[in-house]
Design a protein around this ligand. Structure first.
Ligand code: TRP
Ligand code: SF4
Length: 535
């Protein structure tokens, strides 16, 4: 780093960005798939929406990607199911989609990389072009869509997606996908569209259709065989993920639960009944044959935490009603959507001691996991989907090079994967930084790498798999050894090299793309008027 470095360009836009995001949602968080993609505070997403912290699960991931190691991927839903499948060489899938509304940029590259990573870890991997959504919700013409679709696919291939191993498709030409969307639509209600997306009487039907299409995208990898599936996306897509998870559950034929006697207990009640069962030596006349009514009396008098009081009174009542019935743990299959044939097939399939009721079957031999597996098998054999509830991972949004959010509509804020390498170099050189007003102050106080879009470029992209480089930049920056001029020069050069190489690889990918069975001239055969761009 040369000594004449100065760093006068500390941006002021970060507070502005925070302010904007705050006013978006009212609650500090706005998760709107078609709104502005900013998040004021990622922590709110954990508390408010139940997204889990990626950090807590990273140790279970066989070869975590650098985006995972560096906390760029910060959250997940149920990713454990996918991590376990990958670790055990069991079937797993990954899928994400891209709206072809503009040029692919370095923000999209994160998702391309996440897909390619999962493909390399052995997952069946899918990349799709959300052209129906771009047409109905963003008002893009088919001509524009065709062009952008091609550019997204070329970059995905150039970065290493293997189309032989995985599948690329566009929504509009995938008949199987549309059939699935239609089926899933039977489990989606307008009231849910209203509460999840704020749709109302003015929302176009095509926009709604694009939503069920996305639900179908998310479950599409499981059509041939149900398997844990991860959807890598930005947190703005979480409403879609939650809706798809709900729909997946609603399509299932059977629900597997733990039970102790004929009544249904909810999760909190189950904790209490389990405890009574485990302590049966203290209260049962015959611990081999504990009775529900005795368990009721025991629980009624037991010490329980405040939060369990309500559950206790419900559990006691149910146990009293069950009277002399024995209390005995079992795994229960509840009939959700099964027809008679499927229900009969499940009765047949449950091994060993079992009890059959009108709308449920109790097994005394299968544990929960075995029962889940059996329920899925019977469902699939009898015409059902047998979906695993889809999982997701969430990455942070990149900060724009000019501060604020990175946006396709603000040219200087982002670097397109199609930018001329020199232009990429220049954009990095004129980026906002987390540096101090003067070189002197920078040496004294250190830079603010955590608020620096240039540091982000290193961490998200330029350092690639080299954790050493990312750490070096960070440590040198906050330690005051690194000044912004030289730091940006280094980043700009790396960016220029990256763009040059990527564009060469795009050229090479053209042949590969032309050999794939993807219609890139939908415009020739479709007519119509694009929908309104909605705000
Ligand atoms: N709605 C997504 C977007 O706005 C695109 C998309 C369509 C998608 N189907 C998907 C993303 C399935 C993930 C999974 O970018
Ligand atoms: Fe400056 Fe580099 Fe530190 Fe950013 S990371 S503040 S550009 S020295």
């Amino acid at each position: 780093m040369s000594d004449d470095d100065t760093s006068p360009d500390r941006g002021t836009d970060i507070d502005e960005q925070t302010e904007r995001a705050r006013t978006d949602g009212g609650t500090g968080v706005a998760l709107d798939p078609w709104g502005s993609a900013t998040v004021a505070d990622y922590r709110d997403l954990f508390e408010e929406f139940g997204i889990e912290e990626f950090e807590e699960i990273i140790d279970e991931v066989p070869n975590p990607h650098y985006l995972m190691r560096r906390g760029v991927i910060f959250g997940h839903r149920d990713y454990g199911a996918v991590a376990r499948a990958l670790a055990n060489d069991e079937p797993a899938a990954a899928l994400s989609g891209f709206m072809p509304t503009g040029d692919p940029h370095i923000g999209h590259k994160l998702v391309f990389d996440e897909l390619i990573y999962h493909q390399q870890q052995g997952a069946d991997t899918y990349g799709l072009i959300a052209d129906l959504e771009a047409h109905s919700a963003r008002g893009m013409t088919w001509e524009e869509i065709d062009k952008h679709a091609r550019d997204y696919l070329l970059s995905l291939l150039a970065l290493g997606f293997d189309p032989e191993e995985g599948e690329l498709y566009r929504q509009s030409t995938n008949r199987r996908l549309q059939d699935l969307a239609f089926e899933l639509g039977s489990n989606a209600r307008f009231a849910e569209f209203q509460s999840i997306y704020g749709f109302d009487g003015s929302t176009s039907v095509s926009h709604m259709q694009s939503v069920v299409t996305q639900m179908a995208d998310i479950l599409y990898p499981q059509l041939d065989e149900p398997k844990p599936t991860v959807i890598p996306v930005g947190p703005d897509q979480d409403p879609h993920v939650r809706f798809a998870r709900d729909i997946a559950v609603k399509t299932r034929y059977f629900k597997v639960t733990e039970a102790f006697a004929s009544p249904e207990f909810d999760a909190a009640e189950r904790v209490l009944v389990r405890r009574a069962y485990d302590e049966r030596d203290e209260w049962a006349d015959d611990p081999e044959q504990p009775r529900c009514e005795d368990a009721a009396a025991y629980l009624h008098a037991a010490e329980v935490d405040e939060e369990f009081r309500a559950a206790r009174s419900h559990a006691v009542e149910k146990l009293e009603n069950a009277g002399m019935e024995p209390l005995r743990p079992r795994t229960r299959f509840l009939d959700r959507n099964a027809d008679e044939q499927a229900f009969e097939a499940l009765i047949e399939a449950v091994p060993g001691e079992k009890r059959v009721f009108d709308a449920h079957i109790d097994s005394f031999e299968l544990d929960r996991g075995e029962a889940e597996e059996l329920a899925r098998e019977v469902e699939v054999d009898n015409g059902g989907f047998g979906f695993y509830t889809p999982s997701s991972i969430y990455h942070r949004f990149m900060t724009g090079l000019t501060g604020g959010k990175m946006s396709s509509s603000i040219e200087a804020s982002h670097i397109s994967l199609l930018d001329d390498p020199e232009e990429g170099y220049d954009k990095v050189k004129s980026a906002t930084t987390g540096g101090r007003e003067t070189a002197e102050k920078q040496r004294e106080l250190g830079g603010k790498a955590d608020e620096c879009p240039v540091y982000e470029l290193y961490a998200y992209l330029l350092a690639n798999d080299d954790d050493g480089l990312a750490e070096e930049v960070y440590e040198e920056c906050v330690g005051g050894e690194r000044l912004c001029g030289g730091c940006k020069e280094q980043a700009a050069t790396l960016m220029q090299e990256f763009l040059k190489e990527h564009q060469e690889q795009r050229e090479e990918a053209k042949e590969l793309l032309s050999e794939l069975d993807i219609d890139l001239d939908v415009d020739a055969s479709r007519r119509g008027v694009p929908g309104d761009e909605d705000e």
